[in-house]
Design a protein around this ligand. Structure first.
Ligand SMILES: [Zn+2]
Length: 179
């Protein structure tokens, strides 16, 4: 006989379900980056359970090395709140933030960052460095990682797989036309 409810759902608290809900929203934004040919990372800034900032990675298109998803979401959030301090907000991002974005989170005084996939190479929320919880930092950001991590990292590896194939094809084509 089938169980009346799925145990894994019963094990998740309302808060955890909420985190997954907003991470799905961030994943949708990451898709926009993909469509624009950028590395697919998305971020959403939430205040009182409402979206006040959305961002997706777009440094190439904007000729702007700071145009990471998190920075875009924080900038929009500041405009919405009309304040450079983004107190009591939660930032959801599909990939562990880098040093720059972690620094911006400290300056903005966000309460919590929730990320999806870990970034072993450049992650500054515990992987490469731990900027957000560095002792002596004047503001501590709560960090929660691993929310919908498989979906978040799958989108990134799928993107890089596609790009490698594209480059391979281009190489083969230019070889053909050169002959
Ligand atoms: Zn960043």
């Amino acid at each position: 006989m089938r169980p009346l409810f799925r145990l894994e759902y019963a094990a998740l608290s309302d808060l955890e379900l909420n985190h997954e809900y907003w991470m799905r929203h961030a994943l949708q934004l990451a898709k926009r980056a993909w469509e624009e040919g950028e590395v697919p990372v998305g971020a959403v800034l939430v205040h009182n359970n409402q979206v006040i900032g959305e961002g997706w990675n777009r440094p190439i298109g904007r000729h702007d090395p700071t145009a990471h998803a998190e920075i875009m979401a924080l900038r929009q959030g500041g405009l919405v709140l009309q304040n450079y301090r983004l107190l009591d907000t939660i930032l959801y991002v599909t990939l562990e933030p880098c040093v720059m974005c972690s620094g911006a989170m400290i300056h903005s005084r966000i309460g919590t960052v929730v990320y999806g996939a870990r970034d072993e190479k450049t992650g500054a929320a515990g992987s490469l460095l731990d900027v957000l919880r560095h002792p002596g930092m004047n503001h501590q950001v709560n960090v929660m990682g691993g929310v919908l991590a498989p979906a978040c990292s799958e989108m990134l590896s799928e993107f890089f797989r596609m790009r490698r194939q594209q480059k391979k094809r281009q190489k083969a084509e230019s070889k053909l036309s050169g002959e």
